[in-house]
Design a protein around this ligand. Structure first.
Ligand code: NAD
Length: 248
């Protein structure tokens, strides 16, 4: 129960990595606000799973994180329910892959507005109160693709690399105020985001992973719990790779 008494917000928490993060934070005792965009039923299932753990609480909050007005509405609802937020996990993300030649501005903007602007809006919404209270943990879910680039992912790679710049800058701005800002950079994790990846591409990626396996959402969740805990009060601006050695 390393996070007993803490309140966490996980964006895109209804499935995949976000779901695993929400469950892992709850398991350590945090009350978890699960943001979802459309799938209310899946978000409710995460809350039910949290409640089955016993002595834990969670609730669901709808918002498209790319829309600042919706994020502000969500903040109001979360604060009404849980009174404050100690931990923010900017996890919501999408990919829309196309080679750069075929990538129109709409496709570029769609990814940047969720993966990067979403983190901006959510951080804006919660960081002021964290700073005032002198405590906060912000964890941005980036990607190995933000570190290496990847064919067909100019929009996604740019957004995920920018998240690292945002993380390091906010780490410096909020360090004197007790708010740490770190990033987790997952490698290839088995979720719905990558289910459409053709088998031959998966084979190629697998051959490059020294651990010879894809990651699980729980692998990422454990790194997030670590960075969310009090034990990491002297760690800020860090990028924690969870990639089986794919990029070192
Ligand atoms: P996923 O598609 O299963 O989950 C993404 C979540 O974000 C979904 O719950 C979705 O509803 C939510 N979301 C999307 N747009 C949103 C919006 N506008 N507002 C609110 N929520 C929104 O994918 P995942 O693999 O679980 O990805 C989670 C995060 O991890 C993403 O940021 C992704 O880029 C990152 N990541 C994933 C991998 C991987 O291999 N799966 C690797 C590196 C990084």
């Amino acid at each position: 129960m390393r996070l007993k008494g803490r309140v966490a917000v996980v964006t895109g928490g209804s499935r995949g990595i976000g779901r695993a993060i929400a469950l892992a934070l709850a398991e350590e005792g945090a009350a978890v606000a699960i943001n979802y965009q459309r799938n209310e039923a899946s978000a409710k299932e995460v809350v039910q799973e949290i409640e089955r753990m016993g002595g834990r609480s969670g609730d669901i909050f709808q918002a498209d994180v790319s829309d600042p007005a919706q994020v502000l509405r969500m903040r109001g609802a979360i604060l009404q329910r849980f009174e404050r937020v100690d931990i923010l996990v900017n996890n919501a993300g999408i990919n829309r892959d196309k080679s750069f030649i075929n990538m129109d501005y709409e496709t570029w903007k769609a990814v940047v507005s969720v993966d990067l602007d979403g983190a901006f809006h959510c951080t804006k919404a919660f960081v002021v109160a964290m700073k005032a209270r002198g405590y906060g943990r912000i964890i941005n879910i980036s990607s190995v693709v933000g570190q290496t680039g990847n064919f067909g992912q100019a929009n996604y790679a740019a957004a995920k690399a920018a998240l690292l710049g945002l993380t390091k800058t906010l780490a410096k701005e909020f360090a004197p105020k007790g708010v740490t800002v770190n990033a987790v950079a997952p490698g290839f994790i088995e979720t719905e985001m990558v289910t459409g990846t053709p088998d031959e591409v998966k084979e190629k990626v697998l051959a490059q992973i020294p651990m010879h396996r894809f990651g699980k959402p729980e692998d990422v969740a454990k790194a997030v719990v670590f960075l969310a805990s009090d034990e990491t009060s002297y760690i800020t601006g860090h990028v924690l790779n969870v990639n089986g050695g794919l990029y070192v």
